[in-house]
Ligand binder design. Structure first.
Ligand SMILES: *[C@@H]1O[C@H](CO)[C@@H](O)[C@H](O)[C@H]1NC(C)=O
Ligand SMILES: *[C@@H]1O[C@H](CO)[C@@H](O)[C@H](O)[C@H]1NC(C)=O
Ligand SMILES: *[C@@H]1O[C@H](CO)[C@@H](O)[C@H](O)[C@H]1NC(C)=O
Length: 302
């Protein structure tokens, strides 16, 4: 039993140095493989394979796939190199250029004839896809302007956030995530109101592959107003003992976001600053309440 355990430990040692390399598509990936003894391997043999079968790079005492040796898998032809000046330090690392997602997988760096025992190193390569980002104004509502950020074709799954011009993360709706062919598609909505710059950013982060994509959107100030619809508003007020009745059928008012704190605030604002009222369309009724007095003022076709 003890012997078996020792054997297992011994076996495990041959597989030490398990590493994961993460890059984004199009980048070069260095797959590390070094003998801890740092012994010279210029005259040695080592063999890189992918997923236990595909021939990636074979080096045999100076002869390899880039100088005449045949047998390399088509997928890696012309894309893989070793580091000749590193061989004397026992460094059998390779670089795969211009990676694609199909390069993702489990690689082995094998020294089949090494003495006293064979050594096999395992390296996992994860090639991520950087997504394309789109931002747009989806709609204008009473609560503000709804912005949509679309992230298409990301792998691994991205973390998507909306930020204001100062980089503060904005509250957003639950992201809609879908996956097709290993790629993620994310849609994220947020509702924004006026800021000093009216600039907003959608940021997609893929921590695993150290990739960040950012897209800016500017919301024109006039969009920051919103439409307020008043339907069949009837008010009865008392002014100096006189009953005032006001009735509005439909009216659409465009007001600035920050003015909206209720009917009366809206009206007070209108009373104080008639100029900003020119955006109003149709006719409107404004109700002003003071203690137990309600005044209804009516505009039409200003
Ligand atoms: C092996 O060589 C590569 C390429 O020069 C280098 O990035 C890596 O750090 C080296 N490994 C060691 C253990 O020196
Ligand atoms: C990288 O690979 C892609 C597709 O596999 C190809 O379109 C592109 O030209 C390559 N880039 C370089 C620099 O070789
Ligand atoms: C690589 O091996 C690990 C552990 O065995 C496994 O979880 C992973 O799915 C493999 N990766 C690929 C691309 O086959």
């Amino acid at each position: 039993m003890l012997l078996l355990l020792l054997l297992l430990l011994h076996h495990q040692q041959a597989y030490k140095c398990d590493v994961t390399v993460k890059v984004k598509e199009g980048d070069d990936a260095i797959l590390p493989c070094s003998l801890s003894t740092r012994e010279n391997i210029v005259q040695k043999l080592y063999d890189w394979r992918k997923d236990g079968q595909k021939e990636v790079f074979l080096y045999d005492g100076g002869l390899h796939y880039n100088n005449g040796r045949t047998g390399q898998d088509q997928q890696f032809r012309g894309r893989v190199s070793h580091f000749p000046d590193q061989l004397q330090f026992g460094n059998a690392s390779i670089v795969i250029r211009n990676t694609t997602m199909t390069d993702s997988g489990n690689y082995t760096c094998d020294f089949p004839r090494l003495q006293p025992k064979r050594l096999i190193f395992h390296i996992e390569l994860i090639v991520g896809a950087a997504p394309a980002l789109w931002t747009k104004i989806l709609k204008v509502t009473e609560d503000g302007v709804v912005l949509q950020c679309e992230v298409r074709g990301a792998s691994p799954k991205p973390d998507v956030k909306w930020q204001d011009g100062d980089g503060n993360v904005l509250r957003a709706e639950e992201p809609q995530v879908s996956e097709r062919g290993g790629l993620y598609y994310v849609s994220l909505l947020t509702t924004v109101t006026k800021t000093s710059t009216n600039l907003f950013h959608c940021v997609s982060t893929q921590k695993d592959i150290g990739h960040r994509t950012k897209e800016e959107i500017y919301v024109p100030g006039k969009k920051m107003g919103f439409k307020l619809r008043v339907m069949h508003l009837s008010v009865v007020g008392f002014v100096f003992g006189v009953v005032v009745v006001c009735s509005v059928s439909v009216s659409e008012v465009c007001v600035e976001q920050r003015m909206r704190t209720g009917w009366c605030d809206l009206c007070l604002h209108v009373l104080n600053s008639v100029e900003s009222y020119f955006e109003m369309t149709g006719s409107s009724c404004c109700v002003l309440s003071l203690d137990n007095i309600s005044v209804c003022l009516m505009w039409s076709g200003l």
